[in-house]
Design a binder for this molecule. Structure first.
Ligand code: UDP
Ligand code: MG
Length: 327
């Protein structure tokens, strides 16, 4: 019997949050009514989170766990969970309780009204640095300008998705996954629910600036050609400017106004061009690097262990039993 609701929760070193998460989820599952499952995805934790998940599963078999073979990153950890979820409605949320599990009740309400994707929109953000809030704001604005699909601003991955939207996203094999963009791309009926994003329950953020920048680049490059087009426009602009300068030089010479030849303008012109060319090459490189990643066709993630999942959905775990009994 497939459950009605699945929760998919990526976990990287969240041992201090798991107990509280399990307790609050248990209440939410009772309130939801239908049969529920929770899939915790351990994305290469080193703090014993997975052992804790096994304990939790022993107490409450609705809470299941997958362990990836190493850290694959937030988006791929979510993808791994989504592939194992069997619910008709699947709720994605973080493990640090910044996304209050109780909001799932409101998301489910909208789902029952007929929506396929119900994303949670952040109204306030507690406990996040000003820099993070400000850069997030700029990023959503930029994405709104450049993006080729309308991705709702201020909505993260916290959302409920219906089976048909989920299956469409799972059919997309891309490696650099910007899930909120992929779910927007799918279409159908989508709506948002506003919520107050809480501060982390315990622990610290697993998203340092470097990871955030990489994630932002994935979002833009996966959903916009604008950077390439800007490069092209820049090329045209500089070319026209140089033609104009050339004509101007001839005119000045012919009219006798031409003074001593200036090396400064030459140096500035050459270095400006050099700079622009490098920037443009870098932009193209961003796209080429992603093409390279995709053509390698590596699997998105590897599953090391699965707890509580039935044979069929856990079939991806490599059989390692030939090592049993070796000293
Ligand atoms: N996470 C993960 N893999 C990573 C980074 C983060 O599974 O490589 C998980 C993390 O445990 C948390 C969620 O993704 O449940 C969101 O991460 P975090 O709270 O650190 O991000 P922030 O809320 O600070 O943006
Ligand atoms: Mg968080």
């Amino acid at each position: 019997m497939a459950p009605l609701y699945s929760f998919v929760i990526p976990v990287l070193d969240e041992i201090a949050n798991l107990e509280e998460l399990a307790t609050r989820l248990a209440d939410v599952m009772t309130a939801l009514g239908g049969e529920c499952e929770v899939i915790l995805v351990d994305d290469g934790s080193t703090d014993g989170s997975f052992e804790m998940m096994q304990e939790i599963h022993a107490r409450d078999p609705r809470i299941k766990a997958i362990r990836l073979s190493r850290n694959f990153g937030h988006q791929l950890a979510i993808t791994a969970g989504l592939e194992h979820a069997r619910g008709r409605a699947v709720i994605i949320m973080d493990a640090d309780l910044q996304d209050p599990p109780e909001i799932a009740l409101e998301l489910a309400e909208k789902w029952r009204e007929g929506f396929d994707v119900v994303y949670a929109v952040r109204e306030a953000r507690d406990g996040e640095s000003r820099i993070k809030r400000q850069t997030a704001k700029w990023f959503y604005r930029l994405m709104g300008r450049l993006g080729e699909v309308d991705i709702p601003p201020d909505a993260g991955d916290f959302r409920l998705v219906d089976r048909r939207a989920l299956d469409s996203v799972l059919a997309m094999p891309e490696h650099h996954r910007y899930l909120r963009g992929l779910f927007a791309w799918v279409g159908y009926d989508q709506t948002g629910v506003h919520y107050h994003r809480a501060a982390r329950h315990a622990g610290s953020t697993k998203f340092p600036l470097r990871k955030m920048l990489g994630f932002a680049a994935d979002g833009i490059v996966s959903f916009s050609m604008a950077p390439l087009r800007i490069a092209l426009s820049l090329g045209f602009l500089v070319s026209f400017a140089s033609i104009f300068l050339g004509v101007l030089a001839v005119v000045l010479k012919l009219t006798g106004l031409y003074a001593a030849p200036g090396w400064a303008s030459l140096v500035v012109g050459v270095s400006l061009l050099g700079g622009i060319q490098l920037v443009v090459l870098g932009v193209i490189g961003e796209y080429v690097a992603r093409i390279h990643e995709e053509v390698k066709r590596r699997p998105l993630f590897l599953v090391r262990d699965a707890v509580g999942l039935d044979q069929e959905s856990a079939a991806v775990v490599a059989d390692h039993s030939y090592r049993d009994g070796l000293a």
